[in-house]
Design a protein around this ligand. Sequence first.
Ligand code: NAP
Length: 267
Amino acid sequence: MTQRHALITGAGSGIGAAIALALAQTPGGCRLTLCGRSQDKLQAQAENLRVHVPDVAVLIAPMDVADAHSVEAAVQQAQARFGPVHILVNNAGQAHSQPFGKTDATLWQQMLNVNLTGTYHCIQAVLPGMLDAASAEGGGTPGRIINIASTAGLKGYAYVSAYVAAKHGVVGLTKALAIELARKGVTVNAICPGYTETEIVRDAIHNIMQKTGKSEAEARKALAAGNPQQRLVQPSEVAQSVLWLCAEGSGAINGQAIAIDGGELVA
Ligand code: NAP
């Protein structure tokens, strides 16, 4: 992966942080642009990367993925520093739960804006440079767009209808764009994790405890119960699938929505 430039959104925590670390630790490494809203979280993650990989080339480029201008400005900064983006990981996301009756237009729009439109904004901003780089004149470096969707992009869950709708949208966008770019040196795939041990799941556990009176252990067990392995997925396991999609030999994997869920979707 020598000299490839990877831009990861939501890189300050959870799955995004694990993906950034995995890409940094790959032999040859990657030049990394870390994006998210909180500069402090990104700074802390950049320092963490330097502990593990002292010579890592890392840039912090804060952005709000829901805001096209903010995305455009951050991508310009990233391209000015490290050149075109070869690997885009659309990982930024939010998962707020409410029964459908309490899902007002604000919550609905927020879930769509961050999870789906945010993915659209980032692809729009990096794609021209990625396509140039993938062309023979640009050096023929293959492009990889990896959208972190969710099992919620492939099946329904109660009380998160807006999130489920947004993640199904991400999977749809992935499939359409994969076909459109198939002969242009860029693959587009979605990774669909089941419940993964991060802040989003810790919030969900807290929510279950508040609404049902369950203990933390019971709430955690309830979330893990849907996974045939009876456990939460680890962020590093999701990161491994991203590394695999970025590998040179993975060029024929295109338009897929790959579940990292211990078998939940086939149970
Ligand atoms: P997380 O730790 O809360 O990470 C989400 C990241 O997204 C944060 O770093 C956050 O940083 C960033 N973010 C949120 N809103 C943003 C915005 N408007 N603009 C830019 N960045 C924004 O949770 P996670 O579990 O790692 O989630 C990562 C992705 O995995 C999400 O897309 C999520 O839907 C997906 N996923 C998670 C699970 C799970 O069980 N954990 C399962 C399936 C899919 P800032 O707050 O600094 O912006």
